[in-house]
Design a protein around this ligand. Structure first.
Ligand code: COI
Length: 433
């Protein structure tokens, strides 16, 4: 259409003749077309650009599930079935471990293509019955989140930035082609299950109720395509520190062979597949006495990315460095919160590429001041030693550094209500059920 407009007859030079009048007519026609053509060209271009932009801006989490758009922000109608056989609560909260004990109930909701998410319910904790050909068992179409509920000294039970987890789960859902759970539904579901199992939230500082929301494909069949049915579930586990070391510094093995993520893959999501692929390296590192591996970028194996269950930060010569969350690194809620705090305290935080060779050089030069991991499960975890290609870097004097300690104290202080929530990150769970 644009081409036709540009091929209009050009003005015709010549005397007053038949040709003159036909030229005038043609010129008039041309002028009219010019007046008409300019806005038309703009209009057509705008449509073409608009269509392309819309194609590029894929709706987050819809992934072929347009029925998700239909639901507005109507509250979930959660049906509650309480257990008739409540379990005994753990007696010694100093021996909880991580993710070993589970509460009395779980939240469940189903998705059916064409119907959307439905049948929100809280039921007694128990196993799922799955057909052996269920999609998730074969193709790992699954995503999850990690959050905690904390009990403060006055008995309040509270969450930390649940909106961030809800949004991250939507991003994971989009990448894994799982229908997204609306943010308000996600938060309502988390609050409901925590409220129902409120008595399971530990009373001890440092122990919390670890919340594990997850969603998985439940179609039955072996074809590789997006499932039309899903289950969203939330289970809760009263837990202590993620690492046996607690807040004591850990040793980390810099993985030089296997990789965790590469551009275009799923590194930025919390999907089971990322963790499945990390287990072998983690086991090998553990066999050698390291708590976890530090992953390097998947292309050059040159730049630091993240640790098995946490993001990682390096304080070198007064500045804090951490990998940017540009697709291969998990956008951690604790990572983000620590960066905000560090900036508030006046530290320069550089989110970008940091070569492992430069980290080792900084250690040799005595400039590697602190290294720490950040994650929901681990909170802030100091690192005392890195090993890369056989070379060991020892950090500080092997004890937790002052910035790491301040971050740990501030984060846990706000989470357990020992410090005021100056950032608006805390969400109390109101007793409703
Ligand atoms: C978390 O920090 O919540 C995590 O999800 C890490 C986990 C794999 C233990």
């Amino acid at each position: 259409m644009v081409m036709v407009v540009f091929r209009l007859p050009r003005p015709y030079p010549g005397g007053r003749s038949h040709f003159y009048y036909s030229t005038i007519r043609r010129n008039l026609h041309y002028e009219k077309m010019k007046i008409f053509a300019a806005p038309l060209v703009k209009f057509v271009l705008a449509i073409i650009i608009g269509i392309n932009l819309r194609r590029k801006r894929r709706p987050v989490g819809l992934c072929g599930f347009p029925d998700l758009q239909k639901r507005g922000s109507i509250m979930l109608d959660i049906k509650i079935t309480r257990t008739s056989t409540p379990k005994a609560k753990p007696e010694d909260e100093s021996k909880l471990g991580f993710g070993k004990i589970f509460t009395d109930h779980m939240f469940v909701m189903d998705y059916t293509a064409g119907q959307g998410w439905h049948d929100a319910r809280i039921v007694p904790y128990g196993p799922f019955q799955l057909d052996p050909a269920t999609v998730v068992l074969h193709y790992a179409q699954e995503i999850f989140e990690g959050m905690k509920a904390y009990r403060t000294a006055d008995g309040t039970v509270q969450l930390f930035r649940p909106d961030c987890n809800a949004k991250r789960m939507q991003d994971s859902a989009d990448r894994l082609c799982i229908p997204a759970i609306p943010e308000e539904d996600y938060i309502q579901a988390v609050e409901a299950i925590v409220d129902v199992d409120r008595d399971w939230v530990p009373h001890t500082f440092g122990a919390s109720l670890y919340i594990r929301p997850f969603a998985f494909a439940t179609d039955v069949g072996l074809g590789v395509h997006a499932s039309r049915h899903y289950t969203f579930c939330i289970i809760c586990s009263p837990s202590g520190a993620y690492y046996a070391e607690g807040i004591d510094p850990v040793r980390i093995y810099v993985e030089d062979d296997y990789i965790r993520a590469a551009p275009g893959l799923t590194g930025f999501t919390k999907c089971g597949g990322n963790y499945a692929a990390s287990i072998k390296a983690g086991e090998l590192a553990e066999e050698q006495g390291y708590a976890q591996v530090l992953w390097l970028d998947g292309v050059e194996k040159k730049y630091v990315e993240e640790v098995g269950s946490m993001n990682i930060m390096f304080k070198i010569d007064g500045k804090v460095y951490t990998a940017a969350t540009v697709g291969t690194v998990l956008p951690g809620v604790t990572r983000r919160s620590c960066i905000e705090l560090l900036k508030d305290w006046g530290y320069e935080v550089i989110e970008g590429k940091l070569a492992i060779a430069d980290v080792m050089q900084a250690a040799r030069d005595g400039k590697l001041e602190e290294v720490f991991g950040t994650g929901t499960a681990a909170v802030v975890s100091p690192v005392k030693e890195l090993v890369w290609k056989g070379e060991h870097a020892y950090i500080g004097d092997g004890k937790i550094g002052p910035v790491t300690q301040k971050l740990y104290d501030t984060m846990t202080g706000m989470q357990w209500g020992r410090l005021p929530d100056t950032k608006g990150w805390i969400v109390p769970v109101k007793p409703v059920y």
